[in-house]
Ligand binder design. Structure first.
Ligand code: KIV
Length: 278
């Protein structure tokens, strides 16, 4: 468990201290089996609201609910021993104000067992971040491209170009001042990521934000080739499990139709013993 009290577990203060050190390794996970695979390799495991698009077939993250995040958070909690578990506050669960954010963050921490929450927004969320951190809720912020604001941006566009860079710099400064222990920087040009990383005292975790950041995060299904609906430029594929799985399913289907499966080794003989479980 990465909850307080377990000395082997990574904590938000540990992450904060990693500023400027070996890059932080972060991935998403939504299920117990994937959590078990990523745990020993990652500093932070995020149950991102990307779960809505990756596992539930939604066209954006806007339809993701707090109950979905709690359910996936619990599943991931069961698979982690070491990495810090962070769970996203979904769209509509925190924007009304600090009290609403605290109520829902407290549910995530109590029910899913996460040690921190992530929320999207910079200057506009500073008061909320300050309120949460003063009440025992460590916050990972998220600025640059914030996917919950896709309708405001008019698409998943690169942020911080030209004069807009100043807005992202102010956002990063504001969440740092407010007490966030780290900040995700999404889809911004390298010089801006570099300037922000040098400017603020907390680790920047980049996604499409260059190697200048203090760490990197990607969606695990993207790096494994399991989510293939679209592929942003910033994703590197380390495996093609989606096409391998499809080929395996095709082979199973052909085996069933051609009566190659089940074979003798998959069949129970009359001599099976009562109580055999395999
Ligand atoms: O929802 C998500 O998975 C995220 C990250 C990939 C940063 O916010």
């Amino acid at each position: 468990m990465s909850a307080a009290g377990d000395t082997n577990a990574v904590t938000p203060p540990d992450i904060r201290l990693r500023k400027g050190q070996t890059p932080l390794v972060c991935l998403t996970a939504y299920t117990t089996p994937i959590a078990k695979l990523v745990d020993r390799h990652c500093d932070i495991v995020l149950v991102g609201d990307s779960v809505g698009m990756v596992l539930h077939g939604l066209s954006s993250t806007l339809g993701v609910t707090l109950d979905m995040m709690i359910m996936h958070g619990k599943a991931v909690r069961r698979g982690l021993e070491r990495a810090l578990l962070v769970v996203d506050l979904p769209f509509g669960s925190y924007e009304e104000g600090p009290e609403q954010a605290f109520r829902n963050a407290a549910r995530l921490m109590a029910e899913a067992g996460c040690a921190a929450v992530k929320l999207e927004g910079g200057e506009s969320m500073a008061a909320t971040i300050r309120f949460l951190t003063a009440r025992g809720v460590p916050v990972m912020a998220h600025v640059g491209l914030t996917p919950q604001a896709v309708n405001t941006f008019g698409g998943y566009c690169v942020q911080g170009l030209g004069d807009d860079a100043e807005r992202i710099r102010r956002d990063a400064g504001a969440v740092t001042e407010a007490g966030a222990f780290s900040v995700v920087l999404e889809k911004v040009p390298e010089p801006l990521a570099k300037a922000i990383t040098a400017q603020i005292a907390i680790p920047t975790i980049g996604i499409g934000a260059s190697p200048a950041c203090d760490g990197q995060i990607l969606v695990v299904d993207d790096i494994l080739g399991m989510f293939t609906d679209f592929r942003p430029k910033f994703v590197k594929r380390y495996a093609e499990l989606g096409s391998e799985a499809e080929a395996a399913i095709g082979t199973y289907a052909a085996d069933v139709r051609d009566r190659r499966f089940p074979a003798a080794e998959h069949v129970y003989a009359a001599a099976s013993r009562p109580g055999d479980v395999a």
